[in-house]
Write a protein that binds this ligand. Structure first.
Ligand SMILES: NC(=O)c1ccc[n+]([C@@H]2O[C@H](COP(=O)([O-])OP(=O)(O)OC[C@H]3O[C@@H](n4cnc5c(N)ncnc54)[C@H](O)[C@@H]3O)[C@@H](O)[C@H]2O)c1
Length: 412
């Protein structure tokens, strides 16, 4: 099979996990991506990633600290996978596109809506693919929810609830996730959720929101769950405390284009928590929007609640794409220790298939921008003290909150 030649740019925590994702793809008959190089402004991170890649896939990629030099040195490089922290996504992605490369970039697409706009323009100007790596929608649970909604399994949906609020005052993965101009924890985490709201329920029309900074000081957690060498090394080197500037708690009401309302409470702060995702329709309800390694359930009018396995056994016509069927033969990812990597494998495969065969990109620049705008609509509404139309945020007409970030980063 033809393969695209890829460079990984950004070899931190998620960059490392992308290598494991690539290994998942390379092990299948669908393998269409070849890793040629890794790049990080911190040489030690690129070196560690090269070591991981060699361990996982048997070939040591070239090691670089500069994207332009990597592009010059690696013959016929086709694409880059940008997994840097979000505050530089726009710089790195626009540079890569201008160098003639196709790009996949981790979510959030960019640090502000203006950053997203610059990336869309660069992709258009260079006639290159731009794909946003939004993994949650590729989980079998998310695909199933979408199918159930499309086929009217719960009738006409009218309201939904999306709550994910965990008490915490510790550093969330990295210190940068508490700094507004680097991409706060809400942008980092909850852009997945605005994406899932839009994926399942369609476009948003207007937003009323409130955001708070509840924990002004974040302290180093005693341990970090991940066993990857990169995460362990970083945890050892982490400072004891980080003064936070990014809000950590959000509440919103979304009015959807289709008339539905969505009640949102998302954050990582304080002393109490709540969680739950439900989509209500006039013929039933679905518990869950679908998520990485998650499972959903459904209750139809007058019926017992069905688990994901029971739903799958009771419906016809639902199918995953061939690689997803190969990776998740049971149609359930819950409990699969490799689920994180398998979803990344699906992202890589799609990029390769787009470049080699013209397949459509699922989460393109416009979609990535809408996810970022939906999240910032909560912040902009809080700053403006009123409900905002999503168009005002997507067009940067309501932009005070993000203008502060652009000023700090000199993003024009
Ligand atoms: N989809 C998911 O489930 C998921 C999970 C975690 C992180 N992410 C996303 O992945 C991205 C990276 O997050 P992370 O946790 O790996 O961050 P990180 O801080 O661990 O890693 C970022 C890496 O990028 C490097 N870098 C910064 N600027 C660079 C540049 N100009 N050129 C090359 N390298 C550069 C840093 O040195 C670092 O090694 C973020 O966008 C984050 O939101 C996604």
């Amino acid at each position: 099979m033809d393969k695209i030649r890829l460079g990984l740019v950004g070899c931190g925590g998620m960059g490392t996990r992308h290598l494991y994702g690539l290994r998942e793809l390379v092990q299948t008959p669908f393998s269409n991506v070849e890793l040629r190089a890794v790049c990080d402004i911190r040489r030690e991170n690129a070196e560690l990633a090269a070591l991981e890649a060699e361990k996982l896939m048997g070939v040591r990629p070239g090691v670089f600290t500069d994207l332009e030099e990597m592009t010059r040195s690696v013959p016929d490089l086709t694409a880059v996978d940008v997994v840097t922290d979000p505050s530089v996504h726009h710089d790195v992605v626009c540079q890569a596109l201008d160098l003639g490369l196709h790009v996949m970039v981790e979510k959030p697409m960019a640090i502000t809506v203006k950053g997203c706009q610059q990336m869309i323009e660069a992709a258009e100007r260079n006639n290159r693919y731009l794909s946003v790596a939004e993994n949650f929608r590729r989980d079998p649970s998310a695909r199933l929810v979408r199918y159930l909604l499309e086929t009217g399994a719960i009738g006409t949906p009218y309201m939904a609830l999306f709550h994910s609020l965990s008490p915490s005052d510790t550093i969330f993965i990295t210190p940068w996730r508490h700094l507004k101009e680097r991409g706060g924890a809400l942008l980092d985490m909850a852009v997945h959720f605005t994406h899932m709201v839009r994926y399942q329920l369609g476009d948003i029309a207007e937003v009323y929101g409130d955001v708070r900074l509840v924990e002004p000081v974040r302290r180093k957690p005693d341990s970090i769950g991940d066993t990857y060498t990169f995460y362990q090394n970083r945890h050892r080197a982490m400072q004891a405390e980080v003064p936070a500037t990014a809000e950590d708690t959000s509440l919103a009401m979304f009015k959807m284009e289709n008339g539905m309302t969505v009640n949102w409470l998302v954050g990582l702060s304080g002393h109490g928590g709540c969680g739950g995702e439900i989509i209500f329709g006039d013929g039933g309800s679905i518990n869950g929007f679908g998520t990485r390694g998650g499972s959903i359930s459904m209750q139809q009018r007058g019926q017992e609640e069905l688990t994901q396995e029971e739903i799958l056994a009771s419906i016809d016509g639902f199918a995953l794409e061939p690689l997803a069927e190969h990776l998740f033969p049971s149609g359930v990812s819950a409990g699969d220790p490799a689920v994180d990597w398998k979803l990344i494998a699906l992202e890589y495969y799609e990029l390769g298939d787009a470049i080699l065969n013209g397949r459509e990109i699922e989460v393109d620049g416009i979609c990535g921008l809408k996810d970022v705008a939906a999240l910032y609509a909560i912040f902009e509404s809080a700053r403006a003290g009123r409900t905002v139309q999503i168009g005002e945020v997507e067009n940067c007409d309501v932009y005070e909150y993000q203008a502060d970030i652009d000023d700090i980063l000199s993003l024009q």
